[in-house]
Design a protein around this ligand. Sequence first.
Ligand code: DGY
Length: 408
Amino acid sequence: QISRGEEALNVLRGNDRGGYTIPTHGLYPYQWNWDSAFAAMGFAGFDPARAWRELESLLSGQWDDGMVPHILFHQQDDGYFPGPEVWGGTGPIPSSGISQPPIAAGMARRIYQADPQAGAEPMRALFPKLLRWHRWFLKWREDQGAICTTHPWESGRDNAPEWDAALKRIDPVGVGEYQRRDTSHVDASMRPTKFDYDRYIWLVQQGKNLQWDQAALLKECPFRLADPTMSFTLLRAHRDLKALGDELGLDTGGMADEIALLERGVQSLWNAEIGSFDVRDTRSGEWSGIISCAAFLCWYAGIESEGQLQHLRRILGRVTYGVPSADPDWSGFDSKRYWRGPSWPFMNMLIGSGLIEAGHSEGEKIRAMTQELLLKHGFSEYYDPLSGEPAGGGKFTWTAAVWLGWVS
Ligand code: DGY
């Protein structure tokens, strides 16, 4: 029988399409932005050159305005919807028209630190591209210093309960007939509902009609939510990028002020009523009122919070396998439905490593929970946090990468 470590390598190699890695065969057959950053971390331990190549191929899809798309459609695949023609991306490679939480700079820093000599050249080349991407967020997604998501897919947490109220306000007129593909790969009970999907597609159509003109979308897109995932990941990514720039003697002018703005910005996400970081709808001014795993990314961003720690302790006491994507005490908690309950190993890693850096013992606890989960159940997309049962896609790149880079 092969070890988990060998199995993890096989998952990465099996999903390698030559220069970029798909998240999983069938369900996600292209290069996804934050998945790819984790793939780079996974490769780093046994093939650093391939790790750099992963990040380079991701940044090769950067648009003229600096945006780095959430999906790069390197080749046609009829098993996925919505494909390149639905998105109408305007970059150098057929792509979606939205971005995703910026994890790449942090992974670049890890790979660089493992071998600074070999990493100096690829890092110098990546630095200005990553900086332009981060500044695209600051220019087009910033609200009171926090960073907004303009599509549930941009946040990466597709059907998180925090989007419910904003999605309900959208009347998806003109969306027309379309054929979902995700539910032919994975049981529908583990995926977003049709109600949600209609609105996802409506938002894609609006963006395409506006040719992804960010000034127009800023005015017209009804979905604009200041989000802890986007804000905490950008804050962390910008800290990591500045550290790399300083070390390599590159121009980091302005970055310290940008970090200070983001530090103030994340405090605008504090919902005092529930004592937690929360999603703030910039259109309606309302809070979601729900505690999700995104709130626990504060330590990853270097932000301390005693109140958040209390919620974490309560929630970890309710589950067996890591940080659930939604609060188990929330009435809509659904242990198998994607971002409404399941435990995601890559999220556990971001949250857990942040806690470890901050000196909180809960970080090691989350790491141990994640290790046990993957030992017992292999490398799935996500898991039931109560039973550990695997859910979603199988042979999943970022879960295998978490094994290689964090828990093994
Ligand atoms: C999907 O197709 O479900 C993806 O999550 C979009 O990024």
